[in-house]
Write a protein that binds this ligand. Sequence first.
Ligand code: PEP
Ligand code: MG
Length: 572
Amino acid sequence: MYVGHGRCACAGITMGKVLHIKTPEVVDSVRTSKTVEEELNLFESALLKAQAELDSLIDKARAEIGAEQAEIFEIHRMMLDDPDIGDNIRERIKQGGINAADAAIAVGREQAQEFEQLDDDYMRERAADIKDVTSRIARIVRGGEAVTLTESVVIVADDLQPSQTVAMDRSKILGFVLRKGTQNSHASILARTMNIPLIINAKLPKSLEGEGAAASDDEDCLDLDGKFMGVNAVTGTFYVEPDEATIAKLQQEKDVFDQQRIRQLALRGQPGISKSGHRILTFANIGQVDDVEQVLENDGEGIGLFRSEFLYLGRSTPPTEEEQFKAYAKVASTMNGKVVIIRTLDIGADKKVDYFNLPEEENPAMGVRALRICLMQPDIFKTQLRAIYRAAARGNIAMMFPMVTRLSEVEEAKAICQEVEAELKAEGQEYAVPKIGIMIETPAAAILSAQLAQHVDFFSVGTNDLTQYTTACDRQNQNLGKFYDPHHEAVLELLRLIARNAHAAGIAAGICGELAADPELTDLFVEMGYDELSVSPGAILALRERIRASTAQCQSELTNARVHLGEIIKHR
Ligand code: PEP
Ligand code: MG
């Protein structure tokens, strides 16, 4: 059995036989044996057929998923008539002796690349539409039919085009597992509209030998056609050829999920108030700008942790101030007034980048990471702070520092914030000063939380690291088993202390580590008086349901009447 992971873009649990749709290869060098005239004729008749296909797809989409979603295909229909595409394909056929299908794909690829480089999100999305339209033409030229589903399947692909998604018979699609994809791509939006479980950025297997091995991004993955797959698009996990025990466990999780989901969706718009009257805000953790769609879908009341370091990973230079500003401003404007807490750079430990020139470390989890890097290399920090301050003028943004161990670090960081503010002011830039909180994720910070609370606007507990450092268990080490225990009495004692000290100083306390979603602890968090819990978007409504069912009595409460973190962040 191979166990793979990806990001959940539409929650659900499913299993079944795989239909693996492969992306057609473009082999520009293959020359056609037909004459230019013959290839041109093939193209023109494919164009007519594509127009007819799209006309009926527009009708199907309007009837099945609504007029608004059908607009995508109206755009495709217009693109077919666009001389920029058609003439370019004709030109390519005439010059190159290339066959009509490859000419269409090559033109699609080139034009899409131009769109992909544009700044505007809307225009970038058009790249997928161009590829969709040109590969439709190519498929028709090659004599292929649109994918017709004859049985229920889990669809595995590199990426999906929106028209492929809609053209398939919805009742036969069990789920999607895509190697690429983004939360905001049309295929993702359509999957959510049709409520089909979807995992994107899936690490597909290179082999199934033993426990299997994942293919890296540029490696070919195994052909999974016909294999059996289990998909848990709540946790983002999928299983190729699962064993019987895994199938039974998945089936159980599916039954529970389906029942729960129906109940939980009715909780959208309802607050998380316990039976004893304690209100807990249910926020979301995100790592990328497009995760916000899932937050809104699940009625997140705010973003409790935006892991900004994901903007820094997987590239050869750090993101510029402008790139970061755009990302933060986009999240804030999409959240439309709800608070967005940006956690400043938390590079280090398992999140590595080459361009900061950090030394190799024996114990990176205890090394130069997070706020330590920012204080040692203030220029890096300043670029991010400038972007955050500027974006704060566009929406409700707060920020917090990770890996704090003592007050002097907070003071140093705040001094840099003041320098940044002075610079922005002198430049006449538009900015706002965000609320400043800290993560409590080291035992040192937890023990000193009474003192630290006098100097910040809120606390957010990082239970993943707090457990690691309190129990002396590397969170990456799979051999530690029961020893890495987030329910360890010492961790829970620290959690109680942190909430008490926050409230004594009149500031709010939240949790953004994985423990926030643990249903076994919701009662305890109500009792401790936590004000906010931040979890992955798909877990928000389940958490809210747990809070509403809790009869625990809150013993450390800041105030009963809180509606918005912006109001409760500081009561001093
Ligand atoms: C944590 O440590 O609990 C936390 C939320 O931060 P991360 O998991 O990103 O280290
Ligand atoms: Mg952490």
